[in-house]
Structure formats: structure tokens, C-alpha cells
Design a protein around this ligand. Sequence first.
Ligand code: HEC
Length: 149
Amino acid sequence: MKRTAFIIAVVLIAIVSMLAYAQQEKKMEAKVDPAKEVANAVERGKALFNDPELGTSGMTCSSCHTAGGTKPGKMGEMTIKPFDSLNEKYPAYFMMAKRVMTLSQVINWCIMNPLKGKPLSWDDQRLADLTAYCASVEPVVEPVPEKKE
Ligand code: HEC
């Protein structure tokens, strides 16, 4: 009798732990939403875009790339175009560095030069976040005033 009760208890414990494990697995699977992960990276990149800590010159990316890169910027006499589908544009010849670069390399170039900061390592999440943000930017199109007849 004692033995039967023991066996039943062992079997019950085994079933309960298996169920708990299956539940856990299910939860972990459901947790990762790739689209949401990218959206979060874009959000973090947007914050970094306004963070002077990336460099030492006191500038942020927004100092030159106006309104988060959505509007034309100014650098001295030079007009900087707003970001526009940069994921489709790069890799491309980058005039300022006089060579072909990926979007992440251009970002590091701006960190090292205007911001006077240290380049971010290829596996630094901040580099992926900034790249995700820059690639996500579409220029703000100012509404053209309607013509009066
Ligand atoms: C002192 C001004 C200045 C600052 C600050 C600056 N940039 Fe730039 N950035 C430029 C200039 C100038 C270009 C070249 C624009 C061109 O070739 O049309 C450029 C180009 C870029 C491009 C490519 C745009 C394109 O249309 O191809 C990206 C992306 C970029 N910068 C990201 C950043 C990021 C991210 C930061 C902050 C870490 C930053 N920049 C800070 C001046 C600046």
C-alpha cells in the first residue's frame, strides 16, 4: 500500500514537471517577436541619435541631421539631404571618406569625425540600433500649398 502510494506520487510529480516544462517552452517561443525586436532597436537607435555620449565634441547626430534625419540639415554652407531609404542606398560610395561603405561604416565615420568619438565595434548592439534607426527614416515631405485658381 505504502509502495503504491509512493509510485503514484512519483508518477504525478513527473507529469506535473513535464507540463510545467512544456508551458515554459511555449512561453519562450511566444515571447520573441522579430518585428517587435526591430521596432525596439529603432527606438533605441533614435535615442542614441540624440545622445552626445557617443562622442566628445558635444554634438549629437541631430546637430547636423535635422529632426532625426527627417529634414534637410546644415553643415556650414553645405546642405545635408534628409535620410531616404538608406537600406536601399548602401553599400555606396561615400564622398566624405572617398570610398565605398556600408550604412554602419558611414555611421561610424560620423561618430569618429564630427562627434570625435570611438567607433562602435561590429558586434556592439548600439551600432545595430543606430543602423536600424537610420534605415527606418523616411523624409518628411512638406505639404505643397494648394494653388488658388
Ligand atoms: C557635423 C555634422 C554631422 C554630424 C554631427 C553627423 N553627421 Fe552624418 N553626415 C554628415 C555629412 C556632411 C554627411 C554626408 C552627406 C552627404 O554626402 O550628402 C553625413 C552622412 C551621413 C549618413 C549617410 C546619409 C545619406 O544620405 O547617404 C548617415 C546615415 C549619417 N551621416 C549618420 C550619422 C549619425 C548616426 C550621426 C551621429 C552618430 C551623424 N551622422 C552625425 C554630417 C554629420
